[in-house]
Ligand binder design. Structure first.
Ligand code: SUG
Length: 424
């Protein structure tokens, strides 16, 4: 059995819009009210997946959820057709940000030798709080092989859980036991601290992790206040490398010391605030990148948003890292792969937000959730034919738009042989 990292990208749903629902997510609130471009957004996501396949990586997908979420509206005593103030919450395409789908502990970390996944409850934001039942259904189908996977329901409210966006794993090799890092926030700042420590403590217990190999680290309150609503906006890990902004963690020294004690081979690549300010890191999404190990002896690549290339301090830092100006030529990031995900970025979702990492044998995953270039062609064709070109967020309860959005999703499910997801 070959365990490898598979990135499951959320396909951008046909209702993608800019309603400005996420307090503390500066991109989303700054773009509130603008027209969105669902077709272009979804095609950008497909192109990113294609770029990852071309790097030789394994690629999977998660599917858009039913929107508007009629089941959720029903539990609130209403429907898309009735007048209410919930239209934007029911129409959000937020499941595209698969990093918030679940927290994943690969099999080598778990006492029972299975890969454990806990669906994130996302309770802090109303528009995201109703994602988990549909996410859970997909995870239960994709990872149905109970000999190799254990899929858990959400941690109960009020313990907020945002999934893998606040979780990092450091390991000498994907198929070896790793150190899992759980980053939580503390309430009290201007913006919500969405990830609660209690939720992650529960997940570490459920996933049967060795307590000596689980580290709980507090996110810096100033990072949350500056717009880093998830830790993956200011830090990312892969293999033995932690790539982080200097101001990501509340107790930076203490966290680094704990990490070094648990894993002496860890390599911490820290970008100092003197080179890239927290504001530039957050605006450019430098760290919301996929730090990936290339097959063979290619080293690591950083799949990052175009916005990082457009930011002079960020791009200069990256160029000097690659050239080895400050590290004697031995920096772990060997290649930069800028991708265009502008529509998702405008809602605060960079390349890393769009994917959920699962270390598994691809042969154990339901093949309908894996993609090849040919399957991406099929997905692209459905998007070209059915996804709305533009959505004005003032029209989210327009029956014609609702009909178009529902039909588009059904067309994709049919094309991928996933009709069983039609109602949820
Ligand atoms: O939860 N944006 C998402 C972005 C999630 C990014 N994910 C990671 N960092 N992993 C959020 O804030 C905006 C939707 C709106 O405003 O309509 C939104 O939900």
């Amino acid at each position: 059995m070959t365990l490898q990292e598979i990135n499951f990208d959320g396909i951008v749903g046909p209702s993608h819009n800019f309603a400005g629902l996420s307090l503390g997510n500066l991109a989303a609130t700054n773009n509130a009210g603008r027209p969105s471009h669902p077709r272009a957004a979804a095609l950008q996501g497909v192109a990113k997946m294609r770029a990852c396949l071309e790097l030789g990586l394994a690629q999977g997908i998660l599917l858009p959820h039913p929107r508007p979420n009629r089941t959720w509206l029903q539990t609130l005593g209403t429907s898309p057709e009735s007048p209410h103030g919930l239209a934007a919450n029911a129409m959000s395409a937020s499941p595209m940000w698969a990093a918030n789908a679940a927290t994943v502990s690969p099999a080598p970390d778990c006492a029972d030798g299975r890969c454990h996944l806990t669906v994130a409850n996302l309770v802090t934001m109303p528009h995201r709080s109703h994602e988990w039942p549909n996410t859970l259904v997909q995870l239960q189908i994709a990872f149905a092989d109970t000999q190799h996977f254990a899929v858990h329901g959400p941690v109960p409210a009020p313990f907020g859980d945002e999934g893998a966006a606040n979780h990092m794993r450091l390991t000498p090799a994907h198929d070896a036991p790793g150190i899992e890092v759980f980053v939580y926030g503390e309430a009290g700042g201007p913006f919500p601290a969405r990830q609660h420590r209690e939720a992650f403590a529960a997940i570490a217990r459920r996933h049967q992790l060795d307590p000596a190999r689980a580290i709980f680290a507090q996110q810096a309150p100033e990072a949350i206040a500056a717009g880093a609503f998830h830790n993956d906006v200011v830090a990312v890990a892969n293999g033995n490398v932690l790539f982080t902004h200097e101001q990501a963690f509340a107790d930076r020294e203490g966290f680094y010391a704990a990490l070094r004690a648990a894993m002496p081979s860890v390599e911490i690549v820290e970008v100092p605030a003197s080179a890239v300010s927290l504001a530039d890191a957050i605006a450019s999404y430098l760290f919301n990148a996929q730090l990936v190990t290339l097959p063979g002896a290619g080293g690591m690549a950083l799949v990052l948003p175009m916005e990082a290339k457009a930011n002079a301090p960020v791009w200069n830092w990256l160029q000097s890292h690659i050239a080895g100006t400050h590290n004697g030529g031995g920096g772990p990031i060997r290649r930069l792969v800028p991708v265009e995900v502008r529509e998702s970025m405008a809602n605060g979702g960079g390349p890393a937000c769009l994917r959920l990492r699962v270390v598994a044998d691809p042969a154990r995953v339901d093949p309908r959730f894996m993609v090849s270039p040919a399957r991406l062609d099929t997905i692209g064709e459905v998007i070209e034919r059915h996804w709305p070109v533009e959505i004005d967020p003032a029209h989210l309860s327009d029956p014609a738009l609702i009909g178009e959005v529902e039909a588009a999703r059904h067309a994709l499910l049919a094309a991928l042989g996933l009709d069983e997801l039609k109602n949820g």
